[in-house]
Write a protein that binds this ligand. Structure first.
Ligand code: PHE
Length: 347
């Protein structure tokens, strides 16, 4: 063996050894350049072929090509091996353990008051009412005057209402929507709406008072609407919300915007009317105020009271929820304690 042959065999041995222990693709590529590159030793030898003797040339040429091919092959084989390992590692890393418990997604739910309001809305929509909403910042005219509340009515006192200017205040009830709706419908026939919304009064917050609370107003104006229609609708309402066995009774009351005015009680859903703590021993629970729309209210909003009559009612969803679910403090509705709210999640 001459020197070149020995050199080639040594190159082959070294290359095999290095390739064998190559750890990554970068490593391997470096080896390819080092042994087979344009400036590598084998290229060098092939380039120098011209200087060899006639006899040597084919022998060395053959051997150099063989060595080059052998090194190329082993690098290719090693490359495939490393790539396969890399892929396996990636697959291992990306493996999804389908037996792991899922991450819990916390979903929101309706606030209890929203649920009560929806329940009432759904009932009245079923009875042919539509839902209307009005401004919380209201004109004195709609809040009081158009509702037949005289100028000296105590509710108009600065002490009782949040005034913004002399003529504008936070509405103290949802009844201004009676006047607004009638006014918008004058000359267009019957009106049947309910109006849920926030109202404001200058009360000091305690277990039964809140300076801001909700009301749901109802208004039905048409020809031939009578007190018995009001009683029928309220009976359906009471049974729907508080149970089929409920009875209602109407007691005379006073509101400037209804005549006659009534307060509606339901038979106690706890004791069935015998008397208990919920109904304070009376067997009856006061639920809402109502009455026949006052002729002055109809007239002021453009309805002829000799042709049209109607009824109206106003209820407090907080009170309904408190009674129904035994909630003892109205402030729970507004302090956003998630532990309280979570008790009323609907499935
Ligand atoms: N607006 C009255 C209140 O806030 C309730 C009511 C509404 C009474 C409609 C009669 C008719 O107390």
């Amino acid at each position: 063996m001459n020197v070149l042959q020995e050199k080639l065999m040594e190159l082959r041995r070294k290359a095999f050894e290095n390739v064998e222990s190559a750890e990554d693709l970068k490593n391997l590529q470096d080896l390819r350049v080092r042994f087979l590159g344009k400036k590598g030793p084998i290229t060098e030898i092939l380039k120098g072929m011209g200087k060899l003797s006639k006899e040597e040339r084919p022998v060395i040429g053959q051997l150099a090509n063989d060595v080059r091919n052998a090194i190329g092959n082993i690098i290719d084989t090693k490359k495939a091996e490393l790539e396969q390992k890399l892929l396996e590692k990636e697959l291992e890393n990306e493996k999804i353990d389908v037996t792991l418990p899922g991450r819990k997604i916390r979903t929101g739910s309706h606030h209890l008051l929203a649920s009560v309001i929806r329940e009432v809305e759904d009932l009245f929509i079923g009875l042919g009412f539509s839902v209307a909403e009005g401004p919380e910042v209201e004109e004195d005219y709609y809040n009081f005057e158009a509702l037949n509340l005289p100028k000296d009515h105590p509710a108009r006192d600065m002490q009782d209402s949040f005034y913004i200017t002399d003529e504008i205040l936070m509405r103290t009830h949802t009844s201004p929507m009676q006047a607004r709706t009638l006014e918008a419908h004058k000359g267009k026939g019957p009106v049947k709406i309910i109006c849920p919304g926030k109202v404001y009064r200058r009360d000091t917050d305690d277990a039964t008072h809140s300076h801001q609370f909700m009301q749901i107003e109802g208004l039905c104006v048409d020809k031939h609407i009578r007190l018995s229609d009001l009683k029928g609708v309220l009976t359906v309402f009471a049974k729907h919300i508080f149970g089929e066995d409920r009875e209602i009774r109407l007691r005379p009351s006073f509101f400037p915007f209804t005549e006659p005015s009534v307060e509606m009680d339901i038979s106690c859903f706890r004791c069935g009317g015998h008397g208990c703590a919920v109904c304070k021993g009376t067997g009856w629970i006061e639920i809402l105020g109502a009455g026949m729309v006052h002729p002055n209210v109809l007239r002021m909003s453009g309805f002829d009271p000799s042709v049209y009559t109607g009824f109206a009612f106003g209820m407090g969803p907080e009170r309904i929820a408190m009674l129904k679910y035994g909630i003892e403090d109205i402030r729970h509705f507004y302090t956003d304690d998630i532990r309280f709210l979570n008790q009323f999640r609907r499935a």
